[in-house]
Design a binder for this molecule. Structure first.
Ligand SMILES: [Fe+2]
Ligand SMILES: [Fe+2]
Length: 215
């Protein structure tokens, strides 16, 4: 157990020494040209450090946050409502699925329900990071959700309704990504990740409908 730290201690100074001896041989002109840039950067770091000490109650939201925070939180809350409604619809379909093809499709419904719940958690977490509050009031969830809660009359109808809901989520999430743009890359990346999974869901449901026989 003690051998590893000792060897690390031995190699660390020798690496530093190699870097030290290498410096004089590296081009003088390139070192000079980068000096101005690096001193500007040091000045910027000073300003960044000073700004970071102000408004620390804002947590992850700093002065350089360029998006309309209130609008982003509102859009994320609508996306959160969409995800929760999708969880409930997939859960309903999971429990109600019956018939010859039900077993394979049930598993798919449950997997989607779990993934929509994971999306909801990601979105809620981001809302809090942005200084907002996740709105999980059940009275308003279905009103604010983009996708609808449709129970479906039979297995095929359930799959069809789920596909429609995924297509609505895909379009509305793409609009959110366009709105956020590069002003909030963390929210954008998260929504792109979620969008990619909604596209997978839609693709799987479309495949099911494609090969459908019977009701
Ligand atoms: Fe989702
Ligand atoms: Fe989905």
């Amino acid at each position: 157990m003690s051998a590893k730290p000792v060897s690390q201690r031995e190699t660390a100074p020798s690496k530093a020494a190699a870097a030290k001896t290498a410096t004089p041989t590296s081009g003088k002109s390139s070192a000079k040209s980068s000096a101005t840039g690096s001193s500007d950067f040091v000045a910027d770091i000073g300003a960044i450090r000073a700004r970071a000490r102000k408004h620390i109650e804002d947590g992850a939201v700093t002065a350089s946050y360029a998006a309309d925070r209130e609008a982003v939180i509102r859009l994320l809350n609508d996306a959160l409502a969409t995800e929760i409604v999708c969880v409930l619809r997939y859960k309903r379909h999971y429990f109600m699925a019956s018939g010859l093809m039900a077993d394979a499709i049930k598993a798919e419904f449950l997997e989607h329900a779990n993934e929509e719940q994971a999306h909801a958690d990601l979105i809620a977490e981001r809302i809090v990071q942005l200084g907002g509050e996740p709105d999980l009031n059940p009275d308003a969830l279905s009103r604010r959700a983009h996708a609808e809660y449709v129970e479906g009359s039979d297995l095929r109808d359930m799959v069809k309704e789920d596909l429609i809901a995924e297509r609505i989520a895909i379009d509305s999430y793409r609009a959110i990504i366009d709105f956020v743009g590069d002003k909030d890359t963390t929210t954008k990346r998260m929504m792109e990740h979620i969008l990619a999974q909604e596209e997978e869901h839609a693709d799987e449901l479309a495949d099911m409908l494609d090969g459908w026989t019977g009701r």
